[in-house]
Write a protein that binds this ligand. Structure first.
Ligand code: GLA
Length: 754
């Protein structure tokens, strides 16, 4: 869509530029060096300046005062006359701090948590940014605003960037911090973005979890003072929480459909920190960025530090719209290949683990092809010769083929898959080494370790020091060399099975505090090289399941493995939580065996399929263990999935019933033109026999259009209306009532507009 500048907008931009132009020249000049004589630097008053960052429905209003301090007065609905904020006074009592700073710094009258704190060469830590100029440029759907700020005493500059995605109502914010002085400085806090809200109440939704239980929902009404969501794990940053949140304003109850909701997500795959500080006036300042924990970052003279992007969206129609905004942005811009449908697959892990021969794999390929799956993925266990990778205690790091296990080679297996019409994928975990590996023996200096201290193992493995360019080359080489094993590798599953402990880098020497930041930047450097050479390879991001689920990694990865917990009932909460921020097409979601390998629970195959089909469908079991009846159901579910998966990948998500609020979970995906939809319904808990047919209000349909409703994968439907057509209005107002009352009852419905 083309971006149109309307007249009001042009006037505002011109007014801003004019304000800048009419400032006395010396008002924009800043003193060159910090005053040694302790004389106060006088900054002449400037005209107040207005900067608006707008999308189709939302607006961020930034205004300077006469000293040039930049304030954030509004992030919410689009206003007809934002310039009224030029006359707005917060009237805050100076003893309580400052107005709502757009990028608060340690210094001046600001006494709360700063976005930016800088330690200068003379050890002073005062920074007070003043507005110098701003520009706005439009490119297609995106309008970028760049605001230049500068400390009024030192030569420290900050450029604030806001990329406004018009159609999706998403704003990406990040900062560039420039050391324009002649001495090095140290960045102590260096957040990506700050947002300030003035509401009566703030209901925060955020995530917690663990291995095999990721993305559980936590919700709380924020009290005064500080709430922090952060990780210090370094890698596997999202195992215990996620750098994403929803903030419902002026309410104590969470709504999918009503009220103002802000969603935020930090695009960073390492230590992150989100802070929510509510002061005595109820003002809430949200800071999002790299966690400053143990990460004082040196910035040499002339150097620039670029923060990761913080993704913001605003909705006045509840959490559902906020999620849809993020998903639409992600599909169009945020996820590598996010507009494409990824293939269904059979993964070897839970079906074969480390014990396989070539025949095991070719048999699985035969079965996958017979069931209508589209790819076979060979998981862990195919490599290492000196210490063969026959279990998780050895071999990691030695990426040569284990020829005793697979004497015919990878190309043979990949070609076999291709000959059966399947794509072929393979697993790597390039950032790691088992202590029992040639790699660890040959390159002890590549291991993350602190001098004289025990290297703590996690899953029997050590972490490679990705801050070191030689290690970056090695890690890139693992990907590149694996791709050379066959010209028929279509997919790589990139795993990362441990976090950082007892941190230390031989490479960084005296600059250990760079580690957490440089590790992630090292990973991104590798991924950029990977993408340059392999633009079309599908790459899955896995980290013991969903421990690296963030928009920093999704820039390079097509999808991720949401959890090692494949129990369909457990997946309800994991996939529901994930759906708050990440689009369904990125959620690798597999049907596995029963009793489930993680939980030992037994769930019906139909329920397992119906859950897996609401994401990117796969299977992860030994197909030979399925009965003929189960095979027939599998065939049927896979076939019908292909009929509607364009909706899972590209439709708008409506969460209908939350698994946290009752005995049901229900969601649907609607085609952008509302011509089709697919509805997934599940009973997660038996209530009683009297429940009858559950009325579920569908959403997102055209109320006046008639939709033919068909339950898929069954001979006899649980909805009396299956096979008939109804108006969208009827279906959205109680007319849709499938009979689901026993635990594990589930149904999938296709809606086709007439
Ligand atoms: C991790 C992944 C699994 C599997 C194993 C292999 O646990 O999450 O899917 O790949 O590693 O070791």
């Amino acid at each position: 869509m083309k971006y149109h500048l309307n007249m009001k907008r042009i006037t505002l931009i011109l007014a801003s530029l004019l304000a800048l132009a009419i400032q006395p020249a010396d008002a924009r000049k800043q003193p060159k060096t910090q005053s040694k004589a302790h004389s106060v630097v006088a900054v002449p008053a400037i005209e107040k300046t207005l900067v608006t960052v707008e999308t189709d429905h939302s607006q961020l209003v930034l205004v300077t005062d006469r000293k040039g301090t930049l304030y954030n007065y509004h992030y919410g609905a689009k206003l007809s006359a934002p310039e009224d904020f030029l006359r707005y006074e917060t009237r805050i009592n100076a003893g309580y701090g400052t107005g709502p700073m757009a990028y608060p710094t340690q210094g001046g009258a600001y006494v709360n948590e700063p976005a930016l704190a800088v330690k200068y060469a003379d050890s002073y830590r005062n920074t007070e940014l003043r507005y110098l100029s701003h520009t706005q440029r439009a490119k297609g759907n995106v309008v970028t605003t760049e605001i230049l700020l500068k400390d009024y005493v030192t030569e420290l500059e900050v450029r604030l960037f806001y990329d406004a995605y018009q159609k999706e109502d998403v704003i990406l914010a990040h900062a560039e911090i420039v050391n324009g002085g002649k001495q090095p400085v140290t960045l102590v806090n260096y957040a990506s973005s700050a947002m300030v809200f003035d509401a009566e109440k703030y209901l925060l939704t955020h995530m917690y979890g663990d291995w095999a239980a990721e993305m559980q929902v936590d919700r709380e009404l924020l009290t005064h003072d500080m709430k922090v969501i952060e990780t210090k794990r370094g890698t596997q940053a999202t195992q215990w929480n996620n750098p994403s949140f929803l903030l419902s304003l002026n309410t104590e109850s969470f709504s999918e459909t009503e009220g103002e909701v802000i969603a935020g997500s930090l695009a960073w795959s390492g230590n992150f920190r989100l802070s929510f500080e509510q002061d005595v006036t109820h003002r809430l300042t949200v800071l999002a960025g790299i966690n400053p924990f143990s990460s004082d970052y040196p910035l040499a003279a002339g150097e620039t530090f670029t923060t990761p992007e913080m993704i913001w969206t605003w909705s006045c129609r509840g959490a559902g719209q906020a999620s849809r905004n993020l998903h639409a942005w992600a599909r169009n811009y945020g996820v590598y290949g996010g507009d494409k449908v990824n293939p269904t697959l059979l993964n070897s892990w839970e079906g074969a683990y480390f014990s396989f021969t070539t025949k095991t794999l070719t048999d699985m390929i035969d079965d996958a092809a017979a069931m209508g799956l589209e790819m076979f993925v060979l998981d862990d266990g195919w490599f290492a010769t000196k210490y063969p990778r026959d279990n998780d205690k050895q071999g990691l790091g030695d990426w040569e083929l284990n020829t005793s296990k697979l004497p015919e080679g990878i190309d043979y297996v990949a070609s076999y898959a291709h000959s059966k019409g399947l794509k072929f994928g393979i697993w790597i975990e390039p950032e790691m080494a088992n202590p029992r590996s040639r790699l660890a023996e040959e390159h002890p200096d590549w291991i993350v370790r602190a001098p004289g201290r025990e290297i703590v193992q996690r899953r029997n493995q050590w972490l490679l020091d990705l801050t070191n360019p030689a290690v970056q080359d090695f890690v890139y080489g693992v990907f590149d060399n694996t791709m050379q094993l066959s010209g028929k590798i279509d997919y790589i599953k990139w795993d990362c099975n441990r976090h950082v402990m007892n941190v230390g880098s031989d490479f960084l020497g005296a600059e250990q505090s760079r580690f957490y930041v440089d590790y992630v930047q090292g990973l991104y450097k590798v991924m950029r090289r990977v993408r340059e050479k392999y633009p079309d390879t599908i790459v899955q991001c896995c980290s013991s399941g969903g421990s690296r689920v963030d928009y920093g990694s999704l820039k390079y990865f097509n999808e991720y493995w949401a959890s090692d917990d494949t129990d369909a009932m457990e997946r309800v909460r994991i996939q529901y939580g994930t759906s708050l921020y990440y689009p369904a097409g990125t959620i690798g979601s597999h049907v596995s065996d029963v009793p489930n390998h993680q939980t030992k629970n037994v769930t019906p195959l139909k329920f397992r399929f119906d859950i897996a089909c609401s994401g990117r469908l796969g299977m992860e079991l030994q197909p030979k263990n399925l009965s003929a009846e189960e095979r027939a159901l599998a065939d049927r579910c896979i076939r019908s999935y292909k009929q509607y998966r364009d909706l899972v990948f590209g439709g708008d998500l409506y969460r209908l019933l939350s698994p946290y609020e009752g005995n049901y979970y229900a969601l649907m995906y609607v085609a952008p033109d509302k011509s089709r939809a697919v509805v997934f319904t599940y009973c997660t808990n038996y209530l009683n026999r009297a429940i009858g047919a559950k009325r579920i209000n569908l959403q997102g349909l055209d109320p006046d259009r008639r939709y033919k409703v068909t339950e898929l994968n069954v001979d006899k439907s649980c909805y009396s209306g299956s096979g008939q057509a109804f108006s969208g209005g009827f279906l959205m107002n109680g007319g849709f009532n499938p009979v689901l009352f026993k635990t594990f009852d589930s149904a999938v419905f296709l809606l086709e507009g007439e």
